[in-house]
Design a protein around this ligand. Structure first.
Ligand SMILES: Nc1nc2c(c(=O)[nH]1)N[C@H]1C(S)=C(S)[C@@H](COP(=O)(O)OP(=O)(O)OC[C@H]3O[C@@H](n4cnc5c(N)ncnc54)[C@H](O)[C@@H]3O)O[C@H]1N2
Ligand code: MOO
Length: 544
């Protein structure tokens, strides 16, 4: 269980936490798309920092911050298709429908824009396949993918702070302030090896007893020409000039006592050898880690070594998850037109890994009033719903948001899969993320909206971006960004995976990340930004 929960006031200092680093980092990686000449060769972990005036980045609306000011649909909507080579998805696939490749689907009506007439031949024609849906007259309109991420990052404010015991309860949280050393590290001069503390050049006359780790430093100083047996980690006596490790010396009992000599062919120890000097790692007051650092097991260890018993961290955003759909089963085989709920088992740990405390996971039937009540009753910082974002007969999300007076911040994103995703602010100030019901589309919504929002609320830094060359051409959507599951081959190249249709998780389950395929597609060898999906699997701490 979580630790103490103090007031959850937004922290002024961290308001809008994450600054612009999140988008900048990703933008940098995105700007490398199709720019192999300037790309770092590596894959995951090799952050690549392109010229921010890169024309491609600017064309994508990604390479400069003033892209934020650009209204939706004003950036170039098309670029040449990446050639006829088949998408990895189009390899034989057991599901013979449009799920196989969203780019192959006819454009669905973007009901927020008027289909262009003959006077606008340069624009791609979006042919409605359905009449416009009643909810869809949103004042927001479909936004480009990078813009949706920026909006999600900026709408929140970092939550308040709390103090947690130094232990697993603090894992996965972020430091609310810098971690400052409370003492010198090491805090005393100690031996790095089992052997002998020696003073001056040998041979040395051995003093009785040994000094062990955890014992006080011997009161009597070591005089020149003397040595004393010492264990790794023990405080060296005053006067010690070096430590001779046990395998480098030998002792001999003579009538005048016991003597220590260097074992040939080893050289005599140099001054300071094998002594861990006080303050070698840090001095008291040094900043060990900056505010915003994710508390990993290593951070817990460092904080303990530096003298901490507790850590001041940013409160985890509390998230209620509502899984919508009459057709969902929670056990057994899919049957009678019904399917297993794939999101209930998947989302909570993904959200926890992004810094959330998942306060509840509920399945709801497709009933408008039930949804309204669940949304209105929630006291969480964020509500995540799944399903019901589109305009089908039982898709109640938009009507409920309208009924309760929510403000739509994002209503449709130019990304495949996942384009019907929604971000809204309720009158209470709570944010609601509406993930599409198709499972991979929901993951796209997690990466696009939930990750940036939760990072801001939790005061978490953006992960280092990376780009990797693709091993195969990937067909693009003509207008929208595509997120395609990829796995890193041995040489760090990103191999697009099959079974990446919106309703499929088979590709994702094998994936290391989701490649960000720009409109028009990408070719084999193109350096392509990759969002880490492994991060969704690392559920630090208990979270709930
Ligand atoms: N006329 C249109 N229809 C649809 C559009 C569109 O633009 N116009 N968009 C399609 C796209 S793209 C998506 S994605 C879905 C989004 O639909 P909803 O968010 O309303 O989701 P549902 O209709 O409830 O479900 C869609 C699909 O996913 C299955 N599902 C739902 N929840 C789960 C779950 N927890 N685990 C597994 N599978 C789930 C559900 O059974 C449906 O098959 O709308 C398209 N339609
Ligand atoms: O097909 Mo929908 O693109 O959002 O999954």
């Amino acid at each position: 269980m979580s630790g103490p929960r103090p007031g959850r006031t937004p922290s002024g200092a961290g308001a809008g936490a994450g600054t612009d680093a999140d988008d900048r980092a990703l933008d940098d990686a995105l700007a490398l798309a199709n720019e192999p000449r300037r790309a770092a060769a590596g894959g995951a972990g090799n952050a690549v920092r392109p010229d921010r005036n890169d024309p491609l980045a600017v064309a994508l609306g990604l390479g400069r911050e003033d892209a934020d000011a650009r209204p939706p649909h004003t950036e170039p909507r098309t670029r040449p298709q990446a050639g006829p080579a088949p998408d990895a998805d189009s390899a034989p696939d057991p599901v013979p429908n449009a799920d196989r490749d969203p780019a192959a689907e006819p454009y669905r009506a973007d009901t927020t824009t008027t289909p262009p007439g003959p006077s606008a031949p340069a624009q791609p024609v979006r042919q409605p396949v359905q009449p416009p849906l009643p909810h869809a007259h949103s004042p927001v309109g479909t936004v480009p993918w990078a813009e949706a991420r920026r909006i999600a990052r900026r709408v929140g404010r970092r939550l308040g702070t709390e103090v947690r015991d130094l232990g697993e309860d603090a894992l996965g949280m972020t430091l609310a302030g810098p971690l400052t050393a409370l003492t010198d590290l090491p805090s005393f001069d100690s031996s790095a090896m089992d052997g002998w503390a020696v003073a001056g050049p040998g041979p040395w006359r051995l003093r009785g007893h040994s000094v062990l780790a955890g014992q006080q430093r011997p009161a009597e100083p070591l005089h020149g020409g003397h040595a004393i047996a010492i264990a790794t980690g023990a405080a060296v006596p005053t006067g010690t000039t070096a430590v001779l490790r046990s395998e480098h010396g030998w002792t001999q009992r003579r009538t005048d006592g016991e003597w220590l000599q260097v074992r040939s062919p080893h050289p005599a120890p140099t001054p300071g050898q094998e002594v861990r000097a006080r303050g070698q790692e840090c001095r008291g007051g040094d900043e060990l880690l900056p505010a915003g650092t994710l508390v990993t097991p290593a951070v817990l260890g460092l904080a303990a070594a530096a003298g901490y018993d507790e850590l001041t961290v940013t409160v985890r955003p509390r998230v209620d998850v509502l899984v919508l759909g009459d057709e969902l089963l929670d056990h057994g085989l899919p049957r009678s037109g019904r399917v297993r709920d794939a999101l209930g088992p998947m989302l909570p740990s993904s959200l926890r890994a992004l810094g959330a405390e998942v306060t509840s996971v509920r399945r709801l039937v497709d009933d408008e009033e039930a949804l309204r009540r669940a949304v209105s009753d929630s006291t969480a910082d964020v509500i995540v719903t799944t399903g019901g974002t589109a305009g089908g007969p039982v898709d109640h999300l938009h009507p409920v948001l309208a009924r309760i007076g929510a403000k739509l911040l994002v209503d449709g994103v130019a990304v495949r899969p996942g384009h019907p995703m929604v971000l809204a602010e309720l009158p209470s100030g709570t944010h609601l993320i509406g993930l599409p019901g198709n499972p991979l589309a929901a993951v796209s919504g997690v990466l696009t909206l939930a990750a940036p929002l939760l990072r801001t609320l939790a005061g978490r830094p953006a992960p280092a971006p990376y780009a990797a060359p693709l091993t195969a051409d990937v067909t693009g959507h003509p207008v929208d960004t595509r997120l395609v599951p990829v796995v890193f081959d041995d040489d760090s190249a990103a191999r697009p995976l099959r079974f990446s249709g919106p309703a499929m998780l088979r590709g994702l389950a094998e994936a290391d990340g989701m490649a960000v395929i720009p409109p028009g597609g990408a070719r084999a060898g193109d350096d392509t930004a990759v969002l880490d999906t492994g991060a969704l699997a690392l559920a630090w701490g208990s979270g709930t």
